[in-house]
Design a protein around this ligand. Structure first.
Ligand code: CMC
Length: 427
């Protein structure tokens, strides 16, 4: 038997299926001809065993707790890279040279303002409108403001679209927050770095500029680097699926924002803080919470992962960073971090979590960092979306470059057998 072939016996006939090997030794059986050859499809609800594409962007080994962007370990990027450099790595494939970085920085500065007409969109949302709905709607509206970038053909067009999204997403995010608290919009300041500029648009007031500390800027940049990509998760797969119909980049990443919104995905960071605040307010003890989780009345938010089964390297990095930021901000007595650690310790010594291999994920400590930066909980998923934007763009581009087929899964039908239409009087 060819080592690169899998044999499948169905109804007494044996079929050969090619085996595909990844760069890190991952193994897949190529079933793309299965239905044509056998009449069978595969059934995999939740796609836990389905590879939807071959991708050169991010590698995750969930058993060993490994995460690499374009081959670079997340630990090294956390230590040495910035968000924009990491974004360039993910999107364009290589770490930029100083000159490339400078050109891209200028492009981001040139794109940081929003079209003034676009500002009226913010007025159309009710006060306290959900920042995620505002973000997805405004990013989707880019298709109307930049019709020349709907059918990207050249590298220049792609770079321009990338700069528009990466730069403007933080302006929109900050403006949606300002709108929700009834404060005037603060325009971006081209002399600031990406993260400093975002914090300025969030927290400056017309009579007083907000000057973030180095520690705050570093913590925000690290948060964004940690979220920049995570291969074929729910929102990334959504972006690739929408992109596979040849929908434009703006529509595709807007769809990614919507997919990220849920509590099991990008909404988990806010749910973690709600959980910790409930415990802190005395509505529940750590022990009560753990017992409720074990009775399946609720989930331990920020715990568990479809892929990571020993630890999530991002959680390790963010836990350390949360401690450092609290120390730098002189906030070491924050009760939420103590409760988080108590919960983690309780879960890690409980068979329910150990047997199911549930560990803290990226969202468990990230909310503490955001909260320490003064970001309100309603904005937490938006922060995740800003961070994940480079990953979504990189995957959309890869999908379009690979000339992939439109994504169109099949199903096993379980509905009624054929029946005749009954007119309404006879029903
Ligand atoms: N709390 C309690 N039990 C859990 C949890 C949790 N957080 N996560 C999984 N389980 C249990 C689950 O009840 C099931 O037990 P059993 O086999 O006895 O029925 C078992 O573990 C497997 O769970 P699953 O739901 O089949 O696992 P999944 O791979 O489909 O779900 C997950 C992954 C991340 C959705 C899930 O772990 C979860 O709901 N976690 C809490 C929400 C969260 O923190 N989400 C952020 C994920 S990381 C960032 C991101 O991707 O957005």
């Amino acid at each position: 038997m060819d080592a690169k072939t899998a044999l499948l016996t169905l109804d007494g006939t044996t079929f050969e299926l090619p085996v595909v090997m990844g760069a890190e030794g991952e193994k897949a059986i190529d079933i793309s001809s299965l239905r044509q050859k056998t009449g069978y499809i595969t059934l995999d609800p939740g796609y836990a065993n389905t590879g939807s594409c071959q991708s050169a962007i991010t590698f995750v080994d969930g058993e060993k707790g490994i995460l690499r962007y374009r081959g670079y370990p997340i630990e090294e990027l956390a230590e040495q890279s910035s968000f924009i450099e990491t974004a360039m790595l993910l999107i364009f494939g290589e770490l930029p040279t100083q000159a490339e970085r400078a050109v891209f920085r200028d492009m981001l500065s040139a794109q940081e303002l929003l079209h003034e007409d676009l500002l009226h969109h913010f007025e159309g949302f009710p006060p306290y409108g959900q920042p995620m709905s505002i973000l997805s709607a405004v990013i989707n509206s880019f298709a109307s403001y930049h019709p020349d970038l709907l059918d990207i053909q050249t590298d220049e067009e792609f770079r321009l679209a990338v700069a528009k999204i990466i730069s403007k997403v933080r302006t929109i995010a900050a403006f949606s927050y300002r709108k929700s608290v009834g404060r005037p919009f603060m325009y971006p300041d081209p002399n600031r770095s990406y993260c400093s500029n975002f914090l300025h648009m969030m927290f400056s007031v017309p009579y007083k500029e907000f000057e973030p500390t180095r520690a705050q800027i570093k913590a925000l940049s690290l948060f964004l680097v940690m979220h920049a990509d995570h291969e074929q998760n729910c929102s990334c797969s959504t972006v690739r699926m929408v992109g596979s119909s040849q929908a434009n980049l703006f529509a595709s990443v807007a769809a990614g924002i919507c997919a990220l919104w849920g509590r099991l995905h990008g909404g988990a960071n806010a749910a973690v803080i709600e959980m910790l605040e409930n415990i802190n307010a005395g509505r529940m003890t750590v022990k009560d919470y753990i017992e409720k989780v074990k009775r399946r009345e609720m989930r331990l938010m920020g715990f568990g992962h479809r892929i990571y089964k020993s630890f999530d390297p991002r959680a390790k990095i963010l836990k350390k960073a949360a401690h450092k930021l609290l120390h730098d901000q002189d906030m070491t007595g924050d009760p939420l971090i103590e409760i988080a650690q108590e919960l983690e310790a309780a879960a890690m010594s409980d068979d329910f979590f150990v047997e199911r291999r549930l560990y803290p994920n990226v969202d468990f400590y990230s909310g503490i960092i955001l909260r320490t930066l003064g970001i309100p909980v309603s904005m937490f998923p938006v922060m995740f979306a800003i961070g994940r934007m480079p990953g979504w763009i990189a995957h959309w581009y890869e999908e379009s470059k690979n000339n992939s087929k439109i994504h169109r899964p099949r199903q096993i039908y379980t509905g009624p057998a054929p029946r005749r239409y009954v007119s309404i009087e006879d029903r």
